[in-house]
Design a protein. Structure first.
Length: 739
DNA sequence: GTAGGGTTAG
């Protein structure tokens, strides 16, 4: 081998960046072995460095182990970095530890990797020790190290729920044992970092809320002491504020960043976009969009999905679609964004269709994807589809994911399968307030008020913080079972013991309960004394109670209140007109209907749907459009005849039309839920449970008829109306006729 | 060394 060749080898090694591929790296190594045996530790370290830059962990390690100890600092640094970028964070930190124990001094290049490992392992105390080490070595002035430190504090001092890697509980165990060994070694360079953050560790674990603010304080302190800052520094501190929900501070930093002559980059933009999404500030969001286009960032996938999300949050789903179609390439996250855009705007069918398209495009769904799509199944009551997705979730190993599991609990509960909901809930490794709420709400909707309440008590015993949503669930449970005293108790507990201000939903639930219990005046006074202005829908809970209890005087009073607040509230007009119609006050009913027509209001058509053979079939009252209408109608007439023989007498008292009895009977007999049930009966094997969903309340006559059908046809029939579930079995309904 | 999407109510 010529000296010339050796020279070129040396040249390569001195300029590592000349090596462009893994292949070149290996070739270089091979030549080195052939020409220069034995290779010096320094040269081997250079090769390790090259290998580690290509993330060739095994090659780096093999070579590292051939070097007689003590290995050079450069070799250690490469190994630490390579471990960290291969996701082996624990090994990375162990190596860092070993490196120091053999007396090698870490330098500025190694700390970013080490701090990254602390973040990934979610170990704040370890991170603080590393910070101490940084300070001791006087490296806290280093730009990269400073940025990494800020990132570490910003990430690790968020509330637990927002921290990354919740899904790896086994990591926590590893960290625990590792930390013990780590803490046992008292390096001289481990200064007490609490002097910097100004808070003791004990306080940090015991006061989670303050901890968050103090964490940001530490980030700011690091930021302020940095002699030089670049875009990354600004992005990191802005990001920290955004994740902590301090949007004003984040936007303030953004402005300051501009003042210091630094241009926002794509990171900055996609970090601040969620703020405008949360604020539903379309104008500002569009400004960012414009800025992105002008600076050529609009093809960026990160910005793309933030924009899709922002437009969707401002209910501009069409704009979300447009952005999605313009993205140069779509990954799972962009798909998730557009699917969420649909689902969160009530476009469930489109969401499901997009999900299918995503699978067809060979994009593997992630845990996120399932928790986004599951509410669509829950809303549409597509139990079969939900089960298929559940199976898919198990296959893809996402069943442990907290969000996914909670969405499954909700889906099963909303699809009428409360047993499966409980099974999922009960088997969850950890449950958060959302999981508990989904389960409590599930029981509430199914009329199992006592299960709901005891579950709520259990949740509190488990130390899970209550929030306003879980109280909506508890009050709903009381409401569906007529538990007036319990409801009052929880309402006052919520405000007095938990310091949660009642919101419209809480008022509505209680007003509904009082109304249905016949305590109309009490409900009226309650709504009148609300500390926030009641909306039409709060009053309308009382209005429908007036209808049930046939109290016209109160109904008029309530209707006036509603029209004062919201003259366009269609529901109230419809309710009132039905009420008068049913009572035979045709003139009054007519007057209201004329008003509605003049205002261009349309009653929401009653609609029921049923899933048969993985397809959803929808029916509206008197609907003849279904391709099997002939058979459905025949079956329905047949069923009616049978149940009349069993003693069913049609109750037409709620029919709000001025027509003769025969026509009234016909009207109730073709209500949408009956069509759906009849279709379910003829298209499923005998004995199968029938599940029907309706967008409005079940009428009294249908409720009676379905009870008969369940006995006569020997079917369990589960009907979800717009407020709750009715389980019809053997001639009874789970609601005990109270709904 | 910095970035995107999620579950419960209405």
């Amino acid at each position: 081998m010529s000296t010339c060749y050796q020279k070129s080898l040396r040249a390569f090694l001195e300029h590592e960046s000349v090596i462009k591929t893994k292949h070149q790296a290996k070739e270089l190594h091979a030549r080195l072995i052939r020409t220069m045996a034995p290779v010096s530790a320094i040269l081997n370290s250079k090769i390790i460095s090259i290998y580690s830059n290509f993330n060739l962990l095994q090659d780096s390690l093999t070579l590292f182990n051939t070097i007689d100890s003590p290995q050079p600092t450069k070799a250690w640094k490469s190994i630490i970095k390579c471990y960290a970028s291969s996701g082996l964070f624990l090994n990375s930190l162990t190596s860092f530890n070993e490196m120091r124990s053999v007396g090698r001094i870490p330098d500025r290049n190694v700390f970013p990797s080490v701090l990254k490992s602390c973040v990934q392992l979610r170990d704040l105390r370890l991170g603080e020790s590393v910070h101490g080490c940084v300070m001791r070595l006087g490296l806290d002035c280093d730009l990269y190290t400073g940025n990494a430190l800020m990132n570490m504090y910003a990430k690790l001092q968020l509330p637990k729920a927002q921290q990354p890697f919740d899904e790896f509980p086994e990591r926590k165990k590893q960290v625990g044992s590792f930390r013990n060994s780590w803490m046992g070694i008292n390096h001289p360079d481990e200064v007490n970092v609490h002097l910097i953050s100004g808070v003791g560790l004990k306080d940090m674990t015991e006061k989670p809320i303050e901890m968050e603010a103090l964490g940001m304080d530490t980030v700011r302190k690091v930021f302020q002491t940095m002699p030089i800052r670049d875009v990354v520094s600004w992005n990191t501190i802005i990001q920290g504020n955004v994740h902590g929900g301090r949007y004003k501070e984040a936007l303030g930093m953004l402005r300051e960043m501009g003042n210091s002559d630094l241009m926002p980059d794509s990171f900055t933009l996609s970090t601040v976009l969620p703020i405008f999404s949360k604020y539903v500030d379309l104008k500002k969001g569009k400004e960012i969009h414009g800025f992105a286009i002008r600076h050529g960032f609009d093809g960026d996938g990160f910005i793309g999905s933030s924009l899709i999300d922002m437009y969707a949050n401002c209910t501009r789903v069409e704009d979300s679609y447009k952005l999605f179609s313009l993205l140069p390439q779509c990954d799972a996250v962009s798909w998730n964004s557009i699917i969420a855009a649909c689902v969160q705007n009530g476009r469930f069918d489109e969401g499901l269709e997009l999900f299918r398209q995503m699978l067809r495009a060979d994009i593997e769904p992630l845990g996120h994807s399932f928790s986004i799509i599951m509410p669509a199944c829950a809303h549409l009551t597509t139990l079969t589809l939900g089960k298929q997705l559940h199976a898919y979730i198990i296959r893809t190993g996402n069943v442990e994911n907290l969000y996914v599991a909670s969405s499954l609990v909700d889906m099963y509960a909303k699809c009428g399968n409360i047993k499966n909901a409980w099974w999922i809930f009960d088997n969850m490794e950890i449950q958060d307030s959302v999981s508990w709420t989904a389960m409590i709400m599930g029981y509430a909707m199914h009329g199992h008020a006592h299960d709901a309440i005891s579950l709520f008590e259990e949740m509190q015993m488990a130390g899970v913080q209550s929030n306003s949503v879980v109280f909506v669930a508890v009050l709903t449970a009381c409401s569906h079972a007529g538990l007036v005293n319990e409801a009052w108790k929880y309402f006052s507990t919520m405000t007095q013991n938990h310091g949660i201000a009642p919101e419209l939903e809480h008022y509505a639930a209680l007003a509904d309960l009082l109304g249905r219990a016949g305590r109309l005046q009490e409900a009226y006074d309650f709504i009148s004394s609300m500390h926030i202005k009641p909306t039409g829908s709060v009053w309308s809970a009382l209005l429908s109670a007036c209808r049930v209890h046939r109290n016209f005087e109160m109904a008029d009073k309530v209707a006036k209140e509603i029209f004062k607040i919201d003259p366009e509230y269609t529901g109230a007009y419809a309710l009132l007109s039905n009420m008068y119609g049913a009572a035979g006050s045709w003139k009054e009913a007519q007057k209201i209907r004329i008003t509605m027509r003049r205002k261009g209001m349309k009653k929401k058509p009653a609609c029921s749907w049923i899933e048969v053979k993985n397809k959803v079939h929808a029916f509206v009252a008197g609907d003849k459009s279904h391709s099997f209408y002939g058979q459905i109608n025949e079956a329905l007439q047949d069923i009616l005849e049978q149940i009349e023989n069993e003693g069913y007498v049609p109750d037409t008292s709620e029919v709000p039309h001025d027509v003769d009895e025969e026509q009234k009977r016909y009207a109730v007999s073709t209500h949408s839920e009956r069509l759906a049930i009849a279709f379910g009966i003829i298209s499923s094997p005998a004995g199968t449970t029938i599940r029907v969903t309706k967008n409005l309340r079940v009428c009294v006559d249908c409720h009676t008829a379905i009870k008969f059908i369940s006995r006569t046809m020997g079917r369990e029939i589960i009907v979800r109306d717009n407020i709750r579930f009715h389980h019809f079995k053997d001639g009874n309904c789970s609601c005990g006729d109270y709904w």
